[in-house]
Design a protein around this ligand. Structure first.
Ligand SMILES: Nc1ncnc2c1ncn2[C@@H]1O[C@H](COP(=O)(O)OP(=O)(O)OP(=O)(O)O)[C@@H](O)[C@H]1O
Ligand SMILES: [Mg+2]
Length: 340
């Protein structure tokens, strides 16, 4: 969406609610190499500008060209089955159609659309269209934040599609899913992004407003701790893994059931099946999550490394990169647009 230029090096910045994550990638022919990364926690949601400056100071990225993403209730994504029309007429047709699907004043949104090839459940003479609307003020706020940090915003994407882009870069997980409809599930702090994809195409996406914060709260409540202590215990469970897994089970089940509703909805309206589930996000790193999800979904569920489609520069701290990789899915998918 928004601006788009060919840039061989791009910095993907994921402005999350708990932390800011960045991945810098350079395109080398048909491969992408990660040449920088970083993560900084936000002491409070208002502290984004300072936190971004800190991140840039510590990471000395090579490029100022940036891709960011938006998410939340100001982002509307719709998948429409409509009469097949030529691409050159799409933009005009969409301005007429959009009123029916977008619950905002069309003058207040940035609109974009994309034809989805070979989607299941599409009749003859029909096409499936992805329609995206984002409140202009949300995009502008993000552009301002990035510019104030001395960076140059080039691309504004949507969290769910960045997640899909990281996946579509390739690697063992992508190959395992070849030809299948699968779900990507990214568990953040305040929300979980679900993107149902086949190859590089997104067929359905939804955000569930439950994430790692609920899990932290469950730990704090169970052990009679303050929230920050619950957070510490979650990250460093030491020998208490079993107790923690029990404490967080109901929250993980609630989240899993919510996600399952998305699978049911997609499967009913498309007449195709979600076969595997690949989980990422900082919030997924809690004992028992993968197993509980698999039990609820009744399909193969596993965590994946969102950097597996990239080459990794030798100069990077590989240990630190591996440590924060689960949380880097969106940033990686943004950086994946380098030179594309
Ligand atoms: N080492 C760890 N072990 C367990 N949980 C962790 C660990 N590190 C981070 N988390 C959890 O990950 C969550 C944050 O994940 P992430 O960075 O993906 O969120 P975010 O992108 O900032 O949030 P959102 O997408 O909701 O805006 C928090 O709930 C945090 O407790
Ligand atoms: Mg996030």
């Amino acid at each position: 969406m928004a601006l788009f230029r060919r840039t061989p090096t791009l910095l993907g910045i994921d402005l999350g609610s708990e932390s800011i994550k960045a991945v810098e990638a350079i395109r080398e022919k048909d491969r992408l190499r990660v040449v920088g990364f970083g993560k900084v926690e936000l002491p409070s949601p208002e502290a984004r500008a300072d936190a971004l400056n800190d991140l840039l100071k510590h990471c000395s990225f090579k490029t100022r060209r940036v891709a960011t993403s938006v998410s939340g209730r100001s982002v509307i994504v719709r998948y429409l089955n409509m009469v097949d029309i030529p691409d050159e007429n799409l933009k005009t047709a969409i301005r007429f159609e959009a009123d029916r699907y977008i619950p905002f004043d069309l003058n207040e949104v940035v609109l974009d659309c994309h034809r989805i090839e070979d989607a299941p459940g599409v009749g003859a003479n029909e096409m499936k269209l992805l329609l995206v609307a984002v409140k202009k003020d949300v995009v502008q706020e993000q552009v301002k934040l990035v510019q104030a940090a001395g960076l140059q915003p080039e691309i504004v994407d949507v969290d769910a599609f960045a997640l899909g882009n990281a996946f579509a870069l390739g690697g063992p997980t992508y190959e395992m899913a070849a030809g299948k409809v699968v779900a990507l599930v990214d568990v953040g702090a305040t929300k979980t992004v679900v993107d149902i994809v086949r190859g590089g195409e997104s067929y359905f996406t939804r955000e569930v407003y439950v994430g790692g914060n609920e899990i932290t709260n469950a730990i704090a409540k169970r052990f009679g701790l303050e929230t920050f202590e619950g957070e510490q215990l979650k990250r460093q469970p030491a020998s208490r893994e079993q107790e923690i897994a029990e404490a967080v089970l109901p929250s993980i089940e609630d989240l899993g059931n919510e996600i399952q509703l998305s699978f049911d909805y997609y499967e009913n309206q498309s007449d195709s099946k979600v076969e595997d589930v690949f989980v990422s996000g900082g919030g997924s790193r809690v004992p028992g999550l993968e197993e509980t999800f698999e039990r609820i979904f009744e399909r193969r569920t596993m965590t994946w490394n969102p950097l597996e489609g990239f080459d990794l520069d030798e100069g990077l701290d590989h240990q630190a990169l591996l440590e924060c990789a689960p949380a880097l899915a969106v940033a990686a998918g943004l950086a994946a647009r380098a030179g594309a």
